[in-house]
Structures are given as C-alpha cells and as structure tokens.
Design a protein around this ligand. Structure first.
Ligand SMILES: [Zn+2]
Length: 492
C-alpha cells in the first residue's frame, strides 16, 4: 500500500508546495548571515516539517546545488534515513517541561558528531510550559555557533512575545488552488492515474487547503478506484464520506472508550446505506498511518491517541472484521464486533459503555450462540483447520478438551503445564482462534486452564471422534505418543 503523502513528500526547496515559503527559504539559505533560529508557523498539513527537514539537509549537504540539498551525499542520506544524531526532532507536546529543555540545551552545546550543523526541530512548540520557554529563550538569544533551531507551531499566538521577537518567522498558509493542483499533479503523473478535470476540481475543493488532507484523500480514492478515476466515483466517495463518522472522530471515541457512541454511529451509517467494506478500508489506511508514526516513520502530527499495543490489537481486529464481511448478514456487524472486542470490559463507566449489555449478546452467528457442545462436535474440523499452520499446536489441541464457552471465550482444559504455556503463546493462540473462526464463523478467544485429572482426548485421530468420553482415564498409549511427537517437533 503506497502512502502518497510520504512517497511524494517534497525533497528540495523548489518542490515545496507553497511558493512563498520556497522563495523565502532560498533567499535565507543563500545569505551569508543566515539566521540560526526560525519559527515555521501555520496550519496543519501545510508542509512545515517537510520544509524543516529539507533545511536540515541543505545546511549539511556535501554537494549542494546552489542552496538545494543533493539528497545523495552521505550527509543527505543519513538525514533522509533518520539516522543522524545531529538532527533532533522533538515533539513539544510530550516533552514540554523545563527538564526537557535543559537536556536539549546541554546537547546544543556539544559539537555535532558528524555533520556541520546540528538542527533542532521542535514541533508544536507552543505546548512548552512557561519555564521551558524561558530556558529556551536564553538558548536562542545566543545560540551555539553550530546549531540551528526550527520551531514549528500551529498556534503562533501561544508563543511568548519575548521568544517570538528572537525568531525569524516563516509563515506557512493554506494551499491556494494552483498550489494544491500542483501538489496533486505530481501524484497523478507519478502513479499514471487517469482522471478528468471535474474530478480534480472536486477533490481540490474538499481539501480545506491542507496538502496533507489532499494527499490522504486522494490516496483513499486511489485505493478504492485504482488508476482510472471518473467523476461519478469521486462524487460517491464524498457523499459516503459526508454521511460518515470521520476516522479521527472514530479514533477519539475509541481512545475514550465510548463504545456505545461508536456502535450507535455505525448503526446510523447503516441506515444511510454506507458501504462498510469501503469504510473499513479507510479506517485501515488511517490506522496504518498511525501505526507507522508510532514506529517512528511519518509525521508527528499523525500521532495516535492509542498506544502501540492497543494500536496493533485494533489493527488486527480490523483485519478480522474484513474476513467476516463476506458472510455477515448485517453489514455493520463485523466492525461493531471489532469495537466490542477491542473495548472488552474496559469501557468507560459513565453510562456510555457497553457494560450494561452482557458480552454474550455479541457472540452471535446470525442468531445462535455457540455452546460448548457445538465446539465438541466441530472439534475435528478445528484440528483440521489448525494443522496446516502448525502441527504441534494441532497435537496439543488433540490432547485437550473444550471445557466451556464463557461469553466469546472458549475455555480449554489442558493437562500439561507445558501445553498450556505453548498454547498461550500469542502466535499459537491466534492460530487456534482463527481455526475456531473458520469452523464456527464466530470470533472466539481462547483461554486455557490446567485440568487436575487427565481426561481422554476427544479425538484420537482426525477421522475418529470419540463419543461420550468422560471421567478419569489412564493416559492412553496414543496420548503418550502425541506428547513424544510434540516434544520431538519442538526440541528436535
Ligand atoms: Zn547532499
């Protein structure tokens, strides 16, 4: 999946989307008395961070072409790879205190490790505390010779006057029609997309002047319609989008555990006939971006409100929801199940949560709730579904017994601690859970409990289920062989 706003991020000053900014920067970088402290101010998605990174390369490039970075020399490459210790990007929203600025100060007085100049890019600088601003003030009044500070903000009004007066302000603004058009054209040409003029007009008009919005929206349209885009598709895309719950709102509600609100909004979308498959794909693209940012790729402005663990879990649930789409009688149900699964018992307790509804209600396949008897009956099929993915897991399962179904959790009775440990490994657990899904078409979680008394397995081999086995039994010869096989597979 290509991500346009990363792929088409400007790499040279003259590629910057805003002409006025490009002009100013060229002039300043060409000046022998180049200022050392800048303020890049302006709305989200206007290209501030991209411009700051270009400046970082321009002042360090070994083979500059005029004031432009070559993007090929060792210094440029190191910066492009995000591996230079001399380029520091700091997010003031999460490093806003006096100690953070003190650390930065100490660092600023050390010589660069490799490059000519250290460049400090401080994002969302208006978030700093008053004390932190004071500490920063002293630094930018008399900056160490080898340093450059680029402070970025979406809210210039919150920066103290004393600090502002020490900075050279470069104002970024919303993109005008021509500038937006130029930005889109690069992608259209780069991806060899066929699209008519009216579609382009419509897309531009919906961008709200943000280059990033524009690129993201176009990315979504491209993912949905491919290389041949016609006006009708674009119109439908925006109609669907307007009746919708936008991705950012969705994320906010998810982070705030507003389960009930999310489910209700999805219901409303269903009434309007929104295409849930397309919507889920948009959510996927949105959260993929968040995941990338979490992993250090991408823009700080894209920071997620979910932590990495939750983000990964949510991403997996979205993928599972996609697999359920085909068989779902109710279009919005797979996404709703994903939300319920994600929030679990962790809903907010302010009456917005789901806790008043028993979780079991959601474990439905059309109408019926899965019972342990159903699982027992389908056990052979589960083993068959699991086996191609992992033989040992299948062998472990063969010597276990389904004990009960609790909500959407299948409790499995396991007779050896070693089996329990293995089955509880995330990778193996997922194999079993997807096997259960395949057989019962219901998303179930696996939980293992250690049984005190060894029971005979439900199935000796995949062809002969054993009926009515219960109670205590000696270890069967077959059972011992299983364990031997398993040990052999794991320990070699
Ligand atoms: Zn270079």
């Amino acid at each position: 999946m290509s991500v346009f706003h990363l792929k088409y991020r400007p790499q040279r000053i003259e590629d910057l989307d805003l002409e006025s900014v490009a002009k100013l920067l060229k002039k300043m970088l060409g000046d022998k008395n180049m200022p050392q402290s800048f303020l890049f101010s302006g709305p989200k998605g206007a290209g501030k961070t991209s411009a700051a990174r270009i400046v970082a390369r321009a002042v360090n490039c070994l083979n500059p072409e005029g004031v432009e970075p070559c993007n090929e020399c060792a210094n440029c490459r190191e910066i492009l790879n995000n591996s230079s210790l001399d380029i520091l990007e700091i997010d003031a929203a999460s490093n806003r205190g006096i100690d953070d600025i003190r650390n930065l100060k100490e660092n600023a007085y050390l010589l660069p490790t490799k490059l000519n100049k250290k460049v400090f890019i401080i994002d969302e600088v208006h978030m700093l505390t008053k004390e932190a601003f004071n500490a920063l003030l002293k630094l930018i009044e008399e900056p160490p010779k080898q340093t450059i500070f680029i402070l970025c903000t979406t809210d210039e009004g919150k920066i103290p006057e004393t600090v502002l007066s020490r900075l050279v302000n470069i104002e970024f603004h919303k993109g005008g029609k021509e500038e937006l058009n130029g930005s889109l054209k690069k992608i259209i040409e780069g991806e060899k997309i066929k699209i008519d003029k009216d579609s382009i007009e419509l897309i531009l008009s919906k961008s709200d002047g943000s280059f990033r919005n524009l690129q993201k929206t176009f990315n979504e349209i491209f993912l949905q319609f491919g290389q041949n885009i016609v006006l009708e598709d674009v119109q439908n895309f925006f109609i669907a989008k307007s009746g919708e719950y936008n991705e950012e709102e969705f994320e906010n509600d998810l982070a705030n555990k507003k389960g009930k609100i999310i489910l209700m909004r999805l219901e409303k979308m269903a009434e309007k006939g929104v295409d849930f498959s397309a919507y889920r794909q948009r959510l996927l693209a949105y959260f993929q971006q968040k995941l990338l940012t979490c992993l250090g790729v991408g823009n700080l402005a894209d920071r997620s409100k979910l932590n990495l663990v939750d983000l990964k879990r949510w991403f997996n649930l979205l993928i599972v929801a996609g697999k359920q789409e085909k068989d779902a009688f109710i279009d919005q149900l797979p996404l709703q199940l994903a939300v319920v699964e994600f929030l679990g018992d962790d809903n907010d307790k302010g009456g917005e949560g789901l806790q008043s509804r028993p979780k079991e209600e959601f474990v439905v396949d059309g109408l019926s709730i899965i019972k342990v008897e159903d699982v027992e009956q389908g056990w052979v099929k589960v083993l068959t579904a699991v086996k191609p993915f992992n033989h040992s897991v299948e062998a472990f399962l063969r010597s276990c017994r389904p004990k009960m179904v609790k909500g959407n959790t299948l409790v499995l009775e396991v007779f050896y601690p070693f089996h329990k440990d293995k089955l509880e490994e995330i990778k193996n657990k997922q194999i079993v859970e997807s096997g259960l899904f395949k057989v019962f078409n219901v998303e179930m979680l696996l939980e293992c409990v250690l049984g005190k008394i060894k029971k005979e397995p439900l199935v000796i081999n995949n062809d002969t289920p054993i009926e009515n086995v219960s109670g205590v039994a000696e270890n069967t010869k077959k059972g011992d062989e299983d364990i031997y096989d398993v040990a052999k597979e794991i320990f070699g």
